[in-house]
Design a protein around this ligand. Structure first.
Ligand SMILES: *[C@@H]1O[C@H](CO)[C@@H](O)[C@H](O)[C@H]1NC(C)=O
Ligand SMILES: *[C@@H]1O[C@H](CO)[C@@H](O)[C@H](O)[C@H]1NC(C)=O
Length: 365
């Protein structure tokens, strides 16, 4: 018997085992869980509120405008919390750190539940010196700046990248030349850097309304225009300035509308790189999740917006960093304030009596 046939038989046998013992496959949904999800979805649609960690979740849970149902559903290591803000039913979920976690969690949220839109929020680094700690920024576009083609030493922007003719990689979004950041150079010395150039790449995406397995590309993903315009009605809203009765920021934080935010699976604490992405890409917020949420929502054709409060200036002096650490909780609180007011402005699909019924249902599921 050939190895190939044996292999096929093994795979078939394995598959039969899986079908027979579905309940033992931990990452598949049990029929009981599927029934609960169906019951929840019949009461939707919901707004999905997605945040990276508990530091950003907790201020929402304790916000007086958030009505918790007390009901949670745990799936694939994530916890989905159900509640309402004003007359909008919401589902809260925390992603965990960085791009993969944010992508998985957002996809789970959209695959499992009846979601009409996603609001992603949290704190972020700031690359835009016109803004300040505690300000909340909403960008038109989000991009992932962690997908690169790293060029061989000796080649430059005039040279084609590997696989560029296939359409796999491109030079059109620009490059970072390491030698430009050489320090301690004197006027008469020559310098170079073996790290050469990196070229920023768009993501391959597979939109729900495209042909499966036929890639498209996306670099800057635009937030939903209706959500953006709705949020702009909040531009004069009052944000917190003080941590407590004695500790206050020197300026009054504001809600700002800016051009772009960027994410990567990189914790940025370097002033030179911060300056580079500001100049090259007009970036304001720098974080590790938002572009991932944006890319999933783009592919699933679900409206989304990102609301990130600025908590620090990457690579700033240690004095500034201490200041940033002190006020990070204030930034988290301010992002939640904007989220709550934003959700309240969204048109409601449910009457308040239906909301009450929903919350009752969720407290007994
Ligand atoms: C090298 O340059 C950096 C940044 O400008 C400076 O802080 C440092 O003192 C310089 N070091 C030497 C050895 O000149
Ligand atoms: C206010 O917050 C600062 C910084 O966390 C802290 O040092 C100070 O003790 C607090 N003051 C009061 C009155 O709680």
């Amino acid at each position: 018997m050939g190895g190939r046939v044996l292999c096929k038989m093994l795979v078939a046998a394995l598959f039969m085992l899986f079908s027979a013992q579905n309940a033992l496959v931990s990452c598949a949904l049990s029929s009981e869980l599927q029934e609960q999800i169906n019951a929840i979805n019949e009461q939707g649609p919901y707004i999905g509120l997605v945040m990276p960690n508990s530091f950003e979740l907790d201020p929402l849970l304790s916000n007086s405008d958030y009505i918790a149902s007390g009901y949670v559903l745990d799936v694939s290591g994530r916890r989905f919390r159900f509640g309402a803000i004003g007359d909008k039913p919401v589902i809260l979920v925390m992603t965990g750190l960085s791009m993969i976690n944010a992508g998985i969690t957002t996809q789970l949220l959209l695959s499992l539940f009846n979601i009409e839109g996603v609001v992603h929020y949290g704190i972020a680094g700031n690359a835009n010196e016109q803004l300040h700690i505690g300000d909340v920024a909403i960008s038109h576009y989000w991009g992932h700046l962690g997908l690169w083609s790293w060029q061989r030493y000796g080649l430059g922007p005039e040279n084609e990248l590997p696989l560029e003719p296939n359409g796999d990689y491109t030079r059109k979004y620009g490059n970072l030349k390491f030698a430009d950041y050489t320090s301690n150079v004197t006027a008469d010395s020559s310098y170079d850097n073996l790290l050469n150039n990196i070229f920023y790449q768009p993501e391959e995406i597979f939109p729900i309304d495209g042909t499966p397995e036929q890639r498209q590309h996306a670099f800057w993903v635009q937030v939903d225009t209706t959500y953006y315009n709705t949020a702009s009605r909040l531009k004069n809203m009052k944000l917190e300035k003080c941590l407590n009765s004695t500790k206050c920021l020197s300026h009054t934080p504001k809600l700002k509308f800016v051009s772009k935010g960027a994410s990567a699976s990189i914790y940025l604490d370097n002033a030179a790189y911060r300056g580079f992405i500001r100049e090259q890409f007009e970036v304001t917020q720098v974080d590790m999740e938002s572009a991932s949420v944006a890319l999933i929502c783009r592919q699933q054709n679900v409206p989304f917006i990102v609301i990130r409060a600025l908590s620090n200036l990457p690579g700033a002096t240690s004095e500034d960093s201490n200041e940033a650490d002190t006020f990070a909780p204030l930034a988290a609180t301010n992002s939640v304030k904007v989220v709550v007011e934003f959700v309240k402005l969204l048109p409601s699909s449910l009457s308040s009596s239906k909301i009450k019924r929903l919350l009752r249902l969720l407290s007994v599921v």
